[in-house]
Design a protein around this ligand. Structure first.
Ligand SMILES: CC(C)(COP(=O)(O)OP(=O)(O)OC[C@H]1O[C@@H](n2cnc3c(N)ncnc32)[C@H](O)[C@@H]1OP(=O)(O)O)[C@@H](O)C(=O)NCCC(=O)NCCS
Length: 203
């Protein structure tokens, strides 16, 4: 029997973004009225170096970033959520990016704007995202990568149940230099739920 056509194999299906409730945060789709949050992120010394947030974005550049997050979903590349606080104000972003070559693995990246840091938002968003991720049937391993100096990031990962596996030496170029990165992972526990209904707002 012939296999699937090349175009079928190379075009992943569009994804659907749920809204997810965490402790004091909601993960939801970006909206155009989140534009000032993206502009604040664009002035951060680190965020534009490790994400596609353009440095010192004007309104147009920030709206283009928001449009890209929706396109990633439509193209099946991954799930990009705005992290919103209890008043539904966007205060950051978190993404789940399935590995192209392995349906069992996905990586996670995130940022919180400077004005909202230190409130547990990154930890809460990571917990909500990684708990929901187990509703994606094929996933068995979540991973994230953090520079050793970035204590806030790896503490957020640990607070969300990620375990440090080691130091990947010279792993990635950041600011024109190859950097060492800690690798953290969470593995699906035996019997971990594949039902996501408990994590949706109002559930
Ligand atoms: C890293 C980042 C996401 C943390 O966001 P946050 O919402 O402030 O994190 P939380 O409030 O959930 O804090 C998590 C833990 O780190 C600690 N922490 C936060 N910022 C810290 C800092 N600058 N130095 C030391 N510890 C810090 C908190 O006290 C908390 O510790 P606890 O679990 O023992 O209470 C945010 O600083 C950021 O967006 N930085 C720039 C982008 C970035 O680094 N992204 C991650 C790349 S891997």
């Amino acid at each position: 029997m012939p296999g699937p056509s090349r175009s079928r194999r190379s075009t992943p299906p569009a994804l659907t973004l749920p809204a997810l409730a965490g402790t004091g945060v909601v993960l939801r789709a970006f909206r155009d009225d989140d534009v000032e949050t993206v502009r604040e992120a664009s002035r951060d010394p680190l965020i534009p170096d490790i994400t596609t947030v353009p440095r010192n974005a004007d309104r147009r550049g920030a709206l283009a970033y928001i449009a890209r997050q929706h396109r990633r979903l439509r193209s099946g590349t991954g799930y990009s959520f705005a992290i919103a606080d209890a008043a539904d104000r966007a205060i950051g972003q978190i993404g789940l990016w399935p590995a192209g070559d392995d349906p069992g693995r996905a990586s996670i990246g995130y940022w919180i704007v400077e004005s909202a840091r230190g409130n547990g938002y990154a930890s809460a968003a990571l917990r909500a995202l990684s708990t929901w991720a187990w509703s994606l049937q094929s996933l068995e391993r979540l991973e994230l990568f953090v520079e050793p100096w970035n204590t806030g990031s790896w503490k957020a990962a640990e607070a969300a149940g990620f375990e440090r596996e080691g130091l990947l030496r010279s792993w990635r170029v950041i600011r024109s230099e190859r950097r060492d990165l800690f690798v953290y992972s969470r593995i699906r526990a035996p019997g971990e739920s594949k039902d996501d209904s408990a994590h949706r707002p109002g559930a």
